[in-house]
Unconditional design. Structure first.
Length: 210
C-alpha cells in the first residue's frame, strides 16, 4: 500500500554530511556554495565534506582560517592538522591563529603546528606555553614544542614543570625529545611530584629509555 505522506525534503545539514562521501558535480557545487553560507554551522559541515573529498583550495582554507565565527576557525585548524599542506600562506595562517582571542582556536592552532612539526611556530608557541591564561593552551603549546623538538623550546618545557598538573604531565612527555643534564635533573625532581600522574609519566619515560 502506497503512503500518502509527502516526501520530506532533505535539509542542508543532512545533504552536507552526505556530501562528504558522495561524488559528482552537484556534490562539489553544494560544498562550494555552503563554504560561503551565512550559517556558520553550514560552513563547518562544508569544510568537513570538502576536506574529506580533497576539494578545498588554498583560497578556501585561507578564508576559513580568517572566518569571523570561532567554531569555523576551530574546525579549520583541526582539519588542517591532518592535511597535506603545500601552501606556506596556510602555515602562516596557522601560526597567526596562535594569537587568536579564543582559547580553543589557540589550542587547535598549537596542535596543528605540532602535527606539522613547524619550526617557524616555535617562538609563538613559547609565548603561549609561558604566558597564556588558559591552561589548555599552555598544555597544547608544550605538546607541540615537544613534538617539534627545537632546542629554543627547552626553557619553556622545563618551566612548564611548575605549572598545573595536566601541563606538568604534558611537559614530562615533551622532555623525551630533549637531552642534557638539565633534563635529567628536571626529571629527577619531577619523580617526586605531588601529582601521582606526573610521577607515573616520569616512571614510564625512564623505563622507555632503558
Amino acid at each position: 500500500m502506497q503512503s500518502d505522506e509527502p516526501t520530506i525534503p532533505e535539509g542542508v545539514e543532512e545533504a552536507l554530511v552526505r556530501a562528504g562521501f558522495g561524488r559528482g558535480d552537484d556534490v562539489a557545487a553544494l560544498i562550494e556554495r555552503n563554504l560561503r553560507s551565512d550559517v556558520a554551522r553550514h560552513r563547518v559541515l562544508a569544510l568537513r565534506a570538502g576536506a574529506h573529498q580533497s576539494l578545498l583550495t588554498p583560497a578556501a582554507w585561507l578564508t576559513a582560517l580568517g572566518d569571523p565565527d570561532v567554531e569555523v576557525r576551530r574546525e579549520t585548524l583541526t582539519l588542517l592538522a591532518y592535511e597535506e599542506i603545500g601552501d606556506e600562506r596556510i602555515f602562516s595562517g596557522i601560526i597567526n591563529a596562535l594569537r587568536d582571542d579564543d582559547a580553543l582556536v589557540v589550542d587547535a592552532a598549537a596542535f596543528a603546528s605540532g602535527e606539522h612539526l613547524r619550526g617557524d611556530a616555535v617562538d609563538e608557541l613559547i609565548v603561549v606555553a609561558t604566558g597564556h591564561d588558559d591552561a589548555r593552551c599552555r598544555e597544547a603549546a608544550i605538546a607541540a614544542l615537544g613534538a617539534i623538538g627545537d632546542d629554543r623550546g627547552r626553557g619553556a618545557v622545563l618551566a612548564a614543570l611548575e605549572d598545573k598538573p595536566p601541563v606538568r604531565r604534558r611537559a614530562i612527555v615533551a622532555l623525551s625529545n630533549f637531552e642534557g643534564p638539565d633534563i635529567e635533573s628536571a626529571l629527577q625532581r619531577a619523580a617526586q611530584d605531588r601529582d601521582w600522574q606526573v610521577r607515573a609519566a616520569v616512571d614510564q619515560l625512564t623505563r622507555d629509555d632503558d
